[in-house]
Ligand binder design. Sequence first.
Ligand SMILES: Nc1ncnc2c1ncn2[C@@H]1O[C@H](COP(=O)(O)OP(=O)(O)OP(=O)(O)O)[C@@H](O)[C@H]1O
Length: 217
Amino acid sequence: MDPANNMLSIQNLCIYKNESLLFTLDTSLLAGEILTIMGPSGSGKSTLLSWLSGMLYPAFTAEGKLLLGGQDISQTPSHLRQIALLFQDPLLFNHLTVAGNIEFGMQASKSNSKKERISKALASVNLSGMEMRAPKSLSGGQQARVALLRVLLNEPRVILLDEPFSKLDSQLRQATRELVFEQIRQRGLTAILVTHDQSDADAAAGKVINLSNTRSA
Ligand SMILES: Nc1ncnc2c1ncn2[C@@H]1O[C@H](COP(=O)(O)OP(=O)(O)OP(=O)(O)O)[C@@H](O)[C@H]1O
């Protein structure tokens, strides 16, 4: 895929909550770039992710444009945006195996090679041979990696990371973070990371925007 396809531009965004301005934002990201969003509680970080994924709550209104690969997707329905979310909770289905969880949402047209792709993906995150395991039998870090693969194999162009490492202890946090960022960069995706942790921002090594400072931006 041409990396220019995944370039993300947020143009003149103004988000209002009950008609009063919550924040403004205007920025662009290249493929492989990870933008970190920080800011105090209530500054609008989760609201920004909701807007990007096309699922803004009714209390909010938005002005501005979202361009992906140069195409205006501001009005594109959520399920057609190719923007995926990775949360702090892995949200795995316990009635499915690891492979079943990863397969969930994979493109039907690629069904012939699904098994092979899942095995290869598991190997790439040091989970070789874990296809038939139950999610509950995995450690927190392993579950986080399965959740990542479920998102990646759905082939998004953008990944939104909502504090995805905050439930992991510090050593695991670092290892998981490196792996997630490496996968994002290797695949030339665009990513937006919401975090309260400066070490996440440092590891992302990209632009950092503090939402509490954006109202005059
Ligand atoms: N569904 C909703 N309907 C109405 N108001 C909401 C809704 N969700 C959040 N809010 C309010 O909108 C503002 C922005 O909330 P948001 O959750 O985006 O902040 P945040 O920066 O993500 O906070 P935190 O760091 O605590 O997660 C807050 O004042 C919050 O109380």
